[in-house]
Design a protein around this ligand. Structure first.
Ligand code: FES
Length: 75
């Protein structure tokens, strides 16, 4: 789905940039989204925030799994 009509940037492109660890301003710069009329900037920010939150949740899940591993080995 196109999020930035002016630059033809899709939600997939934005999610990929965010998943690669790029901050919001970098996502704007790298995709060109938000650089014309600016109407899409809030939608882009929400997508980046969601992607970063999901990445943080995945990292926390991995940390918890790693912490549980020694207990399982000991049992
Ligand atoms: S819709 Fe993204 S800059 Fe216009």
């Amino acid at each position: 789905m196109i999020v930035c009509v002016c630059r033809g940037v899709t939600d997939r492109q934005i999610r990929q940039e965010a998943a690669a660890g790029h901050a919001l301003d970098e996502v704007f710069r790298r995709t060109g989204a938000g650089s014309s009329c600016g109407t899409c900037r809030l939608a882009v920010a929400r997508l980046v925030a969601m992607e970063h939150a999901q990445a943080a949740a995945r990292a926390q899940s991995v940390e918890q799994a790693a912490q549980q591993q020694p207990e399982q080995d000991a049992a």
